[in-house]
Design a protein around this ligand. Sequence first.
Ligand SMILES: [Zn+2]
Ligand SMILES: [Zn+2]
Length: 368
Amino acid sequence: MARVCPVCGRSSSEVPFVGGLCRDCYIREVGVARLPGRIHFVYCQYCGAYRYQGGWNRGLDTVEDTLVEYAHMVLSRRLRPTRDVEEAWVEDVRLERPFHGPGIYRLLVTVAGRSREGVGLTQELVVEAKVDAAVCPACTARITERGYEAIVQVRGSGGRLSDRLRGEVLDFIGGLDGRLREAIIKIDEVREGVDLYVLDHTSARMIAGKLRAAFMGRTIDTYKLVGRRPDGKRRGRLTISVRIPDIEPGQVLLVGGREALYLGRSRRGGLFVDMRSGTHFELDAETLWERGFRPHPGGAPERRVMLLSRSGGTYVFLDADTGYQRVLEYPGEYVHVYTGRLVEGGLYRAFLAGRRLYIIGTVEETGY
Ligand SMILES: [Zn+2]
Ligand SMILES: [Zn+2]
């Protein structure tokens, strides 16, 4: 039997019904869902973070996007479907006027729902947003350069961090993900290396761990009590020293007392060649530090050699350091080439270890 809408008089054969009313009258008289009339949004004027449930969270690219996202989240949580609506949700949130800083905004909110009988409903509601600007704790710490709880000190294995590594470390820090990057309130380039002032212990440990993994480093933590917080809890300052091996690909080292050619960083740590046996080996950072490493001591027999000829599996070089007087002849299997392709007449940096010859670089033509 057809139902008749008591408000507009239309029948259920003409329009879908929700409860005792036609859909249009239900939406107009009852509504799809209840929303709070006003929400409060506080954002950091420096970094765009926003407050939520007592904490600060990272914002999106623009404050306007963050406000819309925040409204969507808060309104979704606080939305209550009306009596004959089975479920309802926030479909869209828009600002009536473009964002221009703190103030009162009208949000146009589209809510959608479904009645118990499966009829779809949508309605546009207006919610007021009170928007305030503030300064988040991270930015307060950055601005005052106080409030850090940890220092990460990056140093080289030989003490001072080389300029090359310093550059790589700074690039790496610049590429950290936003939350970690923002926990660093100050980067201090000191003579010995780089000091990072970090808001909290957890972030400092994560940053130090990432540096350790990326640079085959070793970390040492020291913890010092520096007083008590206003709430009586102990306050400690954590210092993490990150030591980075100051070694370069193509460099000859003593690793655990053995001559080793460092080829570069690998997935698990570093890749080396044992120069006596000619075999490759990989060491993770921990093992490298455990075995100990240092540059090959002074007088390392690095030479400059010129390839004279290669035929029948035999290489013939001239020793450039003796005025091309000495001839060095090697069977192919004892020549290890770690630089591009050898060409006859080319001048190379070479390293002699036992019966083996390692070609570890090209000598720039200039100057010879
Ligand atoms: Zn009606
Ligand atoms: Zn901030």
